[in-house]
Design a protein around this ligand. Structure first.
Ligand SMILES: [Zn+2]
Length: 318
């Protein structure tokens, strides 16, 4: 639908970001979403967009030049690991990673130029990547790069990042731990990778109190999520962000092979609806949703289409 204010990046090139068919982050994840999205005819109700490659200058807004060079070299070599064993090298992983970043930055541009208000980018939301290190299937941290872009290119300072992936968004948390203008809220499973995100991690210095880490025990489900969610809204109401990013990893749904939360897709739909309302109130409607993790293909289809449906259904009024 041309002219819809919600966009979905439907672009098979995003499927290139993956680590082969035997890896949890395989190359079928994009297709699992795209097929369900089209089957439900959601593609008729949004603006369909294509991604693009990020430039080196965009990537080095967050990553070091040395790390960028390392990724390019390993990508050309085509073997080995980018970290201590979770994130293997596949040929072309540099280009695939740069494409994810470029696609997210295109969404930021379109949203800031006012062409669209809300966007969903599957495969993006690679929240474990650090300035100079790959980690947990994440090569470039598209979220941190988007935050730097919003600030440097568009003078948007106060940004909220909400993460409902089953894993703690450590790459984002530690990058902005001292940054009082990056409002951070993360609901995740305790005691699994990466082992961070304790409740006492509330930001440092002037950022103290601007970060919320809420671990839930293995086995926690929808009711547990809904019980803690109001803390997220309270923080955002207090901080009034000018732009909201949601990382909506599907690995917090029941039957993910790598984790043990027991959500249905309802928390994803609900979080999206509530963040749409907060975005209407404080952020001129701007909500950028990024797919994140999820290693059960049916859960990817369920969670991500639930997010998109909420983006479509929520009104833009204040
Ligand atoms: Zn995850």
């Amino acid at each position: 639908m041309v002219g819809a204010l919600t966009a979905v990046y439907l672009d098979p090139q995003l499927a290139e970001y993956g680590f082969g068919e035997d890896h949890p982050f395989n190359n079928f994840r994009y297709g699992a979403f795209a097929e369900a999205f089209q089957h439900l005819l959601l593609d008729k109700r949004v603006t369909i967009m294509k991604g693009c490659l990020a430039t080196d200058a965009e990537i080095t807004q967050f990553h070091t030049q040395e790390y960028l060079n390392f990724i390019k070299k390993k990508s050309a070599e085509g073997s080995g690991f980018l970290d201590y064993g979770d994130t293997p090298v596949v040929p072309g992983i540099f280009e695939a990673s740069a494409y994810v970043v470029g696609t997210v930055l295109d969404a930021v541009d379109q949203m800031m130029e006012g062409t669209i208000k809300r966007a969903f980018v599957p495969i993006a939301g690679l929240h474990h990547s650090h300035t100079a290190a790959a980690s947990g299937f994440c090569v470039f941290n598209d979220i941190a790069i988007a935050i730097h872009t919003l600030r440097q290119k568009y003078n948007v300072e106060k940004i909220a990042y909400v993460d409902i992936d089953v894993h703690h968004g450590d790459g984002v948390y530690y990058a902005f731990e001292n940054d009082g203008d990056l409002v951070f809220a993360d609901i995740h499973q305790s005691g699994i990778f990466p082992g961070t995100g304790h409740p006492y991690e509330q930001g440092k210095g002037q950022a103290k109190g601007k970060k919320l880490n809420i671990p839930l025990p293995a086995g926690a489900g929808d009711e547990d999520f809904f019980a803690v969610w109001p803390h997220v809204e309270k923080l955002l109401e207090q901080e009034k962000p000018e732009f909201i990013i949601l990382q909506c990893g599907a690995d917090s749904l029941a039957d993910d092979p790598l984790a043990y939360l027991q959500y249905s897709e309802k928390p994803h739909a609900y979080a999206t609806r509530r963040l749409c309302e907060l975005a209407n109130k404080y952020a001129q409607g701007r909500l950028l949703a990024l797919g994140g993790g999820g290693y059960n293909l049916q859960n990817i289809a369920r969670a991500w289409t639930a997010v998109v449906r909420s983006l479509i259904d929520m009104p833009f009024d204040k």
